[in-house]
Design a protein around this ligand. Sequence first.
Ligand SMILES: O=C(O)[C@H](O)CO
Length: 388
Amino acid sequence: MHVIIAPDCFTGTLTATQAAEAIAEGWRRKAPDDLLSVVPLSDGGPGFLDVLTTSVPGDSSVVTVAGPRGAAVPAALHITADEGGRRTAWVESAQAIGLHLLEVPERDPGLTSTWGLGELLEAALALDVDRIVVGLGGSSTNDAGAGMLAALGAGPRDVLAGGGAGLIATREGDLAGLAAARERFAGVELVAATDVASPLLGLQGASAIFSEQKGATPEQSQVLEGALGHFADQVRRVLPPGTDLLSGRERRLDKEPGAGAAGGVGFGLMLLGARRASGVEIVLEAVGMSRLVAAADLVITGEGSLDWQSLQGKVVAGVAELAAAHATPAVALAGQVLIGRRESMALGLSGAYAVADREEDVEAAMADPVGTLRARAERVAVTWSPRR
Ligand SMILES: O=C(O)[C@H](O)CO
């Protein structure tokens, strides 16, 4: 039996590679004759570059940029060339602005800035590439990408790069350099590979859905919503919205799917001319997942928490959809499974197995994530492998 092991990271405990290896080790203990292919995945968030550098040959280099609260952090660029010679720079926003870069007391999406991501894009531009793909997700910021735009010359650092809350003070004149910043990407295909399809504002937007997990109180979350709304209004004065060719209606970038990814970096990138793509689809294509799944008997995917967010185009959903298209069964292993059987079946999963079945098991799973995931994989192998 040929089994593909293709999980996302288990946020807070295991990288995608560590999770895949733990599952493979457990599987081998019970089904040593199975052929295992280990393919760690990402949805654009943390681990995006790791996954790409492992699967797509290219040249990697590291630059130093400002982290979300200003302290210097290393961030990598991976340069690949396709058969036609087109050069792509792959970057991961979480390496510059990720939540994991900050200790809990430092987390404050009113103050964290995407300036360092702008520095990373500056480094990519200097490499004279034809395409820049930016993985988005797992961020500590909620500034609509304003800091990033400032670093690229769109406006003053003190107004745009002080964090999301300060954007309430933005004036039209503070965005005088925006058109010129956009012009710098002329001739470069800029792609925002987003982990979610959220718009910038509103009940499904960046502040309402994600700011609290970055340290905001419910009151701060509303303040951030107001600040980002004000910022988007100022942007509209400088870059008037285009017209949607199909509907003839005004095309508002803040309402575009993915504009709210990484605290609104999706929006900031769209202002620079980026097109949005699903991060998981980009990764699945880059690693040649379709071909692998077509030749496999079973696909195992997984993530830290299988919950409502998993239903929205994350790794598990992307893998399950691809497996269904090839009529290959897919199962998921997760730290916790917080969706019902009906929802997991609707995703296309033939099984969803939790490492921590009960609330009281969560602590043990967090204390020994590799051991508990390996043990769960052993039990799943007993169920699924015919040659154990
Ligand atoms: O970084 C974030 O805000 C979330 O992962 C959604 O993109």
